[in-house]
Ligand binder design. Structure first.
Ligand code: BV8
Ligand code: ZN
Length: 259
């Protein structure tokens, strides 16, 4: 990636007052968390993520779907935030107004120091009852999931004995309105939106960078590949997040510690 491009992008970041960092699975890829593009493995290799992440799949085979989420939660628990997550937290801390909006259901932004990332698609760490929606306790941490995964019957709700489900947004389900409103609000008010590691194919999340562009913000994309967001990106930084984002922070503020 050309140093000149990173230097110019860094200058833009240093001048920005209100910044949104919008992330997808690519920002966690270098922490060993599979993206949605990556083929499923083990027990789920013959399934398509978009089919498994649905209320219908959970209704038809709760143990298969619960087992998948417990395997993903275990994978995230063993993962560590990478320099990309750390740089996102640094950007959030340095700019006058910084907001992190993520499609990811992992907690790596929080573990890297991000204050209150907006989770548009929920979290692997907030199970609730599929019947009465009451929050349910996280299953015992110690349980290591077999590498290839396993079917696992979901726990029962302590209030109504309904099946406990993962606290994520499945395809066909509405996003949490407060999170979506806050994300649209931040995107429409920002002067710079940095989109990192997303294919920009899942809606309404993929609207967020487009809202920022529509309201006149500069859009910067960090992704080794081309995506439909190239159409709204003013600056494309083609490379892996854990390399590009630290270089961007360095270009913007050098090594100096936040004031
Ligand atoms: C809804 C939680 C209605 C679960 C997820 C408009 C047009 C077309 C379709 C629709 C539309 N509106 C709605 C739809 C339907 C659907 C949709 O968008 N379908 C798509 C697939 C066509 N949307 C929905 O169903 C939404 N709900 O519409 O409800 C409604 C409204 C009111 C009332 C009732 C109902 C809900 C969508 C949310 C689904 N849940 N996640 C779980 O995780 O299990 S989506 C999930 O997939 C992720 O959260 C994320 O959003 C998406 C994956 O995308 P990315 O994160 O971008 O990851 P991906 O793997 O695709 O790409 C990785 C990228 O990273 C790549 O570009 C790669 O190049 C890059 N990369 C790789 N390595 C690196 C890297 N980048 C940087 N560094 C690296 N190292
Ligand atoms: Zn219940």
């Amino acid at each position: 990636m050309e140093q000149r491009v990173v230097r110019e992008a860094g200058a833009m970041l240093a001048q920005a007052r209100r910044v949104v960092v919008f992330t997808g699975a690519g920002v966690s890829a270098e922490s060993g968390v599979p993206t949605f593009r990556d083929a499923l493995t083990g027990l789920w290799r013959s399934f398509d993520a978009q089919r498994l992440a649905t209320p219908e799949a959970f209704r038809d085979d709760p143990a298969l779907v619960w087992g998948w989420y417990e395997w993903r939660r275990d994978t995230v628990r063993r993962a560590r935030p990478n320099p990309g997550h750390v740089a996102v937290a640094a950007i959030e801390a340095r700019v006058p107004s910084g907001v992190v909006v993520t499609q990811n259901v992992d907690d790596l932004h929080e573990r890297a120091g991000s204050v209150a990332p907006i989770h548009l698609h929920g979290s692997l760490f907030a199970p609730r009852c599929s019947a009465c929606a009451q929050p349910a306790p996280l299953p015992d941490e110690a349980a290591e999931e077999p590498g290839d995964g396993r079917r696992l019957a979901p726990p029962r709700c302590a209030h109504c004995a309904g099946l406990v489900r993962p606290g994520v947004v499945w395809f066909g389900e509405a996003l949490p309105s407060a999170a979506l409103e806050a994300a649209v609000e931040a995107a429409s008010a920002c002067d710079l939106l940095v989109t990192v590691g997303t294919s920009g194919l899942v809606y309404p999340a993929a609207e967020i960078p487009q809202v920022a562009a529509r309201f006149g913000a500069t859009v910067m994309q960090v992704n080794p590949q081309e995506t439909p967001l190239d159409a709204v990106a003013d600056v494309n930084l083609r490379g892996p997040a854990a390399e590009v984002l630290p270089a961007l922070v360095q270009a913007a503020w050098g090594g100096a510690d936040p004031a």
